[in-house]
Design a protein around this ligand. Structure first.
Ligand SMILES: *Cc1c(COP(=O)(O)O)cnc(C)c1O
Length: 367
């Protein structure tokens, strides 16, 4: 019996191995290894995928967030609102600037930023930027979030690390806020075979600032106009991403099909299944269920050769690096205590999902 993994970047490589090997060979013999023709082509192709605008590739998703914030003018001492049921990377991007995270409660159904809670925070604190996280591949209500942010003079940076190709109404993830950040970590829906990230914006001015920030503050070679840094995507990863981008929609559709199967087969269980907002078209970076018996279910599935993920077990404000004394967001706490992510990636078969669902149907919930 094979072990089923929550994500399987090797299977995804093997699915496209011949094309990826060709792409790597092309780079090896090209003589260009950093910010060359592959990066340029990938940026253009991903921008076209986003429906136009500018893609500026960077070294990883965390730096994409940080550079996006810096491009908007976020500085040390500013407040940036985000959620606490996210990977700590979201918050580390804020802290790298010396800005302060302000944690917003989530909607209990979708587990995404609650616009009403954001409104209360903006009314109380002066917030310079807002980072909604499109968790598990479902977009937050980013139109509502942008309209609230606008009222308080804050800018929105979408964290799209889990949401390449997700939609909300007619809007593609990353196209609603002033700027957005993507990660190409190998397990993401669009994953490199190493680190990678990108900033997307439809503003030419912001794109120029991001481009300067990613490479030493240069507009012209060797002339630093602003304090910059090095956060570049290399040619090998760009060439690999160009292959993977061609399959993104197909693989997202596959994830949706697998999710539909889960939803049908688990409907009779006591697990709380993912709630998809009326206008949302998710890309199921994760298929998350909720149960107060999370730890027991995780151990039980592990015994059946099914490895699950807990994204994320501890709210960021409770972690040593980012502890916010006294803060408790009840819905965030509950979701972190209950959530369990079942294997959901394009390398799985319907038979795999059947096997997982049958195991779950045989589980006696302790609560
Ligand atoms: C993966 C991820 C990041 C960070 O991306 P890296 O490329 O690992 O730096 C940020 N936010 C979210 C929601 C993520 O899932």
């Amino acid at each position: 019996m094979s072990v089923l993994l929550p994500a399987d970047p090797k299977a995804n490589f093997l699915a496209h191995a011949a094309e990826i090997r060709d792409a790597i060979e092309r780079v090896l013999v090209s003589g260009h290894y950093i910010l060359g023709p592959e990066v340029e082509a990938f940026e253009a192709e991903f921008a076209a995928y986003q429906g136009g605008g500018y893609v500026i590739s960077v070294a990883n998703g965390t730096e994409a967030l940080e550079i996006a914030l810096r491009a908007l003018g976020v500085r040390a001492g500013d407040r940036v609102a985000t959620v606490a049921n996210t990977v700590t990377a979201t918050v580390s991007a804020i802290e790298q600037i010396g800005a302060y995270p302000v944690f917003v409660e989530i909607d209990p159904a979708t587990m995404l930023m609650d616009p009403a809670a954001l409104d209360r925070i903006c009314a109380r604190d002066s917030v310079k930027a807002v980072i909604p996280v499109h968790l598990y591949g479902q977009m937050a209500d980013v139109e509502a979030i942008v309209s609230i942010a606008d009222r308080y003079g804050a800018q929105v940076v979408e964290d799209c690390a889990q949401a390449h190709g997700a939609r909300y109404g007619n809007c593609l993830a990353g196209t609603v806020g002033a700027v957005s950040a993507f990660s190409f970590y190998p397990t993401k829906n669009l994953g490199a075979l190493g680190d990678g990230g990108a900033v997307f914006t439809s503003s030419k001015e912001l794109a120029e600032r991001v481009r300067m920030l990613r490479q030493y503050g240069w507009r012209t070679r060797y002339v630093a106009e602003i304090p910059g840094r090095n956060s570049r995507l290399d040619e090998l990863q760009a060439a690999i991403l160009r292959v993977k981008l061609n399959y993104l929609d197909q693989e997202n559709a596959r994830r949706r099909d697998l999710a539909a199967l889960y939803l049908r087969k688990l409907a009779s269980t006591r697990l709380q299944l993912p709630h998809v907002a009326a206008k949302a078209v998710p890309v199921y970076h994760q298929f998350s269920v909720r149960t107060p018996g999370r730890e027991a279910l995780k151990a039980y599935l592990q015994m059946h050769g099914i490895v699950t993920g807990v994204l994320y077990p501890v709210p960021v404000y409770r972690q040593a690096a980012y502890a916010s004394a006294g803060l408790i967001l009840p819905e965030t706490e509950r979701s972190c205590a209950e959530v369990l992510c079942l294997p959901c990636h394009p390398g799985l078969t319907e038979g795999d999902i059947d096997r997982i669902c049958e195991a779950i149907l045989g589980w006696k919930s302790p609560v």
